[in-house]
Write a protein that binds this ligand. Structure first.
Ligand SMILES: NC(=O)CC[C@H](N)C(=O)O
Length: 368
């Protein structure tokens, strides 16, 4: 029975049935084209302040498992789906999507025409949206939407408040991870590659980081506009040349800004599990997983010391950069994600190679 509605900033209304928390939510609406992965999307802190319209028409059918969360907390606002299935069929499942969303305060609406919504976002760009009770007066909804301001900086909300460790049995290196909303699978991949990981709050200083004697620095993914994350941008300026640095997604963008490149907000971003990315060094194409609204302006890379290493074959947008002298690598896509293909895992091995070469303290001597 229809009891909720989705109201878009452009005035359009879609009626449907609620699942998850019985609440009202205002957020930015974006779409994701992944066929699977709703649990990873729900628990990816980069979606803080966003509601996600899934293009795949059946969501919830394999439930949620204890091992597959990308963070302990849910920060995203809600899901817009065609059909929600609350009776999962999967031997690994422990909880249903609706149950976890209800506990986390995330709202869901099902039974809406997600194809039409996605076309609207594709044509008009991502926009503000409200999920609320079906009988809330339309004028009131539009007033709320127009008065709503996107939060300025959500990294402090999602970043860890205290330092924590993720160790591996036979560590070769120690990596300090600056947590701007890190996805746990990145930490798992660093552990698997042979790194002990120290996860620190986003505003940790260079002096504090050096106390952990890192062999490498990792800058995580995270929500919002990279320009707002000044402490991390300044940290990159101070740490480049001290140890090798790897940045993923928001980390990639903050590295670009620290080097003097520019970022811009894309019309509707990239979110999905099958984005083709070309590695310009090898000419190989990787099938990648992505979630971002902002991107590096390729023209602005000139003269910064960063060279473009990867591009998106759908729209030629920047997907990777490198500072060969100081051992700094960055990718816009998610090399840790495995929505099927695992083409991009070599990025972690490249980071290991950089640390093997003696760290960036020797970087000026060793051209990476
Ligand atoms: N996944 C991410 O790290 C996203 C980065 C940034 N918030 C963007 O939307 O572009």
């Amino acid at each position: 029975m229809n009891n909720k509605k989705l109201v878009l900033e452009n005035g359009m209304v879609f009626e449907g049935e609620g699942f998850g928390a019985n609440k009202e939510k205002l957020a930015e609406i974006v779409f994701n084209t992944s066929v699977v992965g709703y649990q990873e999307i729900l628990s990816d802190p980069s979606y803080c302040g966003q509601m996600v319209c899934m293009t795949y028409p059946l969501i919830g059918n394999y439930g949620l498992t204890d091992e597959d969360y990308e963070s302990k907390n849910v920060f995203m606002s809600g899901f817009i789906v065609h059909e929600y299935n609350d009776i999962p069929s999967n031997f690994r499942f422990t909880r249903t999507l609706g149950e976890v969303m209800e506990e986390a305060g995330a709202v869901g609406i099902s039974g809406v025409d997600t194809r039409e919504i996605v076309r609207l976002i594709r044509d008009n760009g991502s926009m503000k949206a409200l999920i609320c009770d079906i009988d809330k007066p339309y004028e009131e909804c539009m007033k709320m939407i127009h008065e709503y301001q996107y939060p300025k900086n959500q990294v402090p909300t999602v970043s860890t408040k205290k330092v924590w460790y993720s160790r591996t049995p036979n560590p070769q290196y120690t990596v300090v991870c600056v947590d701007c909303g890190v996805k746990l699978n990145i930490i798992r991949k660093l552990n698997q590659a042979g790194c002990n990981v120290v996860v620190v709050p986003y505003n940790t200083t260079k002096e504090e980081i050096l106390r952990y004697k890192p062999d490498g620095l990792f800058l995580s993914n995270g929500p919002g506009d990279p320009e707002n994350v000044t402490p991390v941008i300044n940290l990159v300026k101070e740490m480049k040349g001290v140890v090798p640095i790897l940045g993923i997604c928001l980390g990639h963008q903050m590295i670009g800004l620290a080097y003097g490149a520019k970022t811009y907000k894309m019309k509707f971003g990239h979110r999905g599990g099958n984005h083709p990315v070309k590695n310009l060094d090898t000419d190989k194409v990787e099938i990648t997983s992505q979630n971002h609204s902002f991107a590096i302006d390729i023209k602005s890379l000139e003269g910064t010391g960063l060279r473009l290493t990867h591009i998106n074959l759908l729209d030629n947008e920047a997907e990777g950069m490198m500072d060969d002298i100081n051992g700094v690598i960055a990718v816009q896509y998610h090399p840790e994600s495995a929505a099927g293909p695992e083409d991009s895992e070599y990025i972690f091995n490249r980071f290991m190679d950089l640390m093997k070469k003696g760290g960036a303290s020797n970087a000026k001597k060793n051209r990476y």
